[in-house]
Design a protein around this ligand. Structure first.
Ligand SMILES: NC(=O)c1ccc[n+]([C@@H]2O[C@H](COP(=O)([O-])OP(=O)(O)OC[C@H]3O[C@@H](n4cnc5c(N)ncnc54)[C@H](O)[C@@H]3O)[C@@H](O)[C@H]2O)c1
Length: 293
């Protein structure tokens, strides 16, 4: 997809940080942009600040874990602006912690938003994108924590690995229909992610993952030196135009990616090859990658 002009874009978590950066960038390219977010204060501030920059954004209140509301918002956007052909499933919560400590409330909240929210977006928009026949692009925001693992990544990483995998599978599914697919895997970006522990809904109160005010301040200070959301948005636009699968923001993860690859290759069994089993393994690999035709 080369031309954003006149297309309709939909961005979840679009009222702050990277989502807002993308929304403004899509609008500057000539798209009509809907932003969906759970926070009314963010929606109001986003519309106001964008207007001050001469950019119009249309706000919709949405909790991405709410399936029926997702479909209702998609209908509203279609009615208000027209058929959506650029979808950015970006809403997420940066809540991390060790898996050994996690409660069901932690699992349900963090998987629900970070993985379930993207599933709901895919389920809502992919059939619409396909039926419209306008081509377009769908992307999700994962994280570098969706490609490399650290002990404290915990549920967040489990969800973000799922998002990366989902986008990889979807890319093959949609390749022949002129719909591009990307996954954004940022390192540090200067956003409001330090506020996310405070967004825990009441029904998930029984969680073990908490953040002290000092930890929150430390995260905010660290991310102040991260990439700006506007720069991330430029990379997103370039990647959509090139239909690039991975959108990366930093080379800092290279040694960890290499370590993971080396560890996997070093774990492959070193045993005499049983030809029949080898053929079955190759067939199984093809079954996963090409579905055997
Ligand atoms: N900031 C970073 O360093 C960083 C790095 C890697 C990945 N990410 C990912 O980037 C994405 C965007 O976060 P950000 O850093 O721009 O933070 P942000 O807080 O600035 O923006 C996230 C927005 O998502 C909204 N949101 C949260 N839960 C929601 C829900 N259930 N339904 C709808 N909206 C919801 C928030 O209200 C907020 O406006 C997230 O998926 C996050 O995991 C961030």
């Amino acid at each position: 997809m080369q031309d954003f002009n006149g297309r309709i874009a939909f961005v979840t978590g679009g009222a702050s940080g990277m989502g807002l950066g993308m929304a403004k960038a899509f609008a500057r390219e000539g798209a009509l942009v809907a932003i969906a977010d759970i926070r009314d204060d963010h929606l109001e501030a986003a519309v106001r600040s964008a207007a001050e920059e001469g950019v119009t954004l249309r706000p919709y209140r949405l909790d991405v874990t709410d399936r029926s509301r997702h479909a209702a918002v998609a209908d509203e956007v279609e009615r208000d602006l027209g058929p959506v052909s650029i979808v950015s499933l970006n809403a997420g919560i940066g809540v991390i912690g060790h898996i050994k400590d996690a409660t069901y409330a932690d699992w349900d909240w963090i998987l629900g938003v970070n993985l379930g929210g993207v599933i709901n977006g895919v389920r809502t928009f992919v059939p619409r994108l396909r039926a419209q026949g306008l081509g377009g692009h769908i992307m999700a925001t994962a994280s570098m924590g969706g490609l490399i693992v650290a002990d404290s990544g915990g549920i967040y990483s489990a969800a973000k690995f799922g998002v990366v995998t989902m986008m990889q599978c979807l890319r093959d599914d949609l390749a022949s229909e002129g719909i591009g697919v990307s996954v954004l895997c940022p390192a540090a970006v200067n956003t409001n992610i330090h506020q996310h522990y405070g967004m825990r809904p009441r029904e998930f109160a029984a969680g073990a993952y908490v953040q002290s005010p000092e930890e929150q301040e430390g995260l905010k200070r660290m991310l102040a030196h991260g990439m700006s959301p506007d720069r991330v948005a430029e990379l997103v636009i370039e990647a959509i135009r090139a239909n690039r699968l991975y959108i990366m923001t930093s080379g800092a993860i290279a040694p960890v990616v290499a370590m993971r690859r080396d560890a996997l290759l070093a774990s492959l069994p070193d045993e005499p090859r049983n030809e029949e089993r080898w053929q079955a393994d190759l067939a199984a690999r093809r079954y996963m990658t090409d579905r055997l035709g």
